[in-house]
Design a protein around this ligand. Sequence first.
Ligand SMILES: *Cc1c(COP(=O)(O)O)cnc(C)c1O
Length: 350
Amino acid sequence: MRAQALISESALHHNLRLLSARAAAPLLLPVKANAYGHGLETVARLAAPWPEVWGFGVATPDEAHAVADLNLGKPVLLFGGSYPHEWPELAARGVRLTVSTLEAARTLPPGAQAHLKVNTGMHRLGAAPAEAAQAGHALAQRGQLEGLYTHFLASEEEDPARSVEQLRLFLQVAAKLPRALLHCANSGSVLRHGALAGMDLARPGLASYGVMPAPLSSGTGLRPVMTLRAPITHIHTVPAGDTVSYGGLWQAPKDSVVATVAAGYADGYPRGQTNPSVRVAGDLRPVLGRICMDQLMVDVTGLTVQPGDWVTLWGEESEPPLSEVVTASGIMEYELLTGVASRVIRLPIA
Ligand SMILES: *Cc1c(COP(=O)(O)O)cnc(C)c1O
């Protein structure tokens, strides 16, 4: 028994319903990076039957194949760049490809479905508006233009000016092309802007997992999908004056009962935190001294605990929430979630 990530089906479904309603569109659910650390297979299997989910978005060809292997009967879009030699196999499996150039639009294998990406200012992938219009025509002529999309660079900001300008450029391209599935909105956009007129799909990633992108804060009614927890493996008394963990940074001011917990930075619980606390037996308790690779120590003086009891590292608001680990570590939400190690078992719960 070691660190586990509990994945709440009810929280996930709650979030997807809420976000789909806010966006007034079905979701192209991002499950890239192992579903933001929640487990690609776990999340895709849970979400596939729900009507709020149009399909899944992935970052790499391997992730696309992993979702396709599950035979869930919903479309998969490869958000990331890909190479011509990868297209035939992806297309044969029904994976939708992101097209960013006229050249790619002209050389896509027959039968491949494309989502053409318009670069409206992010300058990551996508064709500039004029080239995108040409590429869109080339794709549409061959019946290969399923979708048209762009990506906001600052949608989480309170001032919508930059998103409004990106949307304007995007809609200009869309107006020149035959009808395709239009989608723009990431988490920040769905939470800040709600429904965008004319959009067919929305792509909130982080928010689907119940976490707000900074500087947005709580109050949107989302529920965290992941609870990261680990069991106590050992309990002993540390005499006053002794120190705990590497470097002896924490010194017991009095005789203290210390629990050793089977989670460390190699599980994704960051080492460089200032005064982290965890929940044990209903109490928030401080982590003592350095977090080790595979273990950490907690002060459980006065609590009734035994080996095998669970300690929560992050979870619901009272647990503490992920945002507290962000504050304590300076590591952003996206990085914390995607940093949960592969050795941490993902356990779906109701
Ligand atoms: C990751 C990604 C998203 C989701 O972004 P969030 O900030 O997690 O909502 C949406 N669209 C594309 C193309 C992405 O790569």
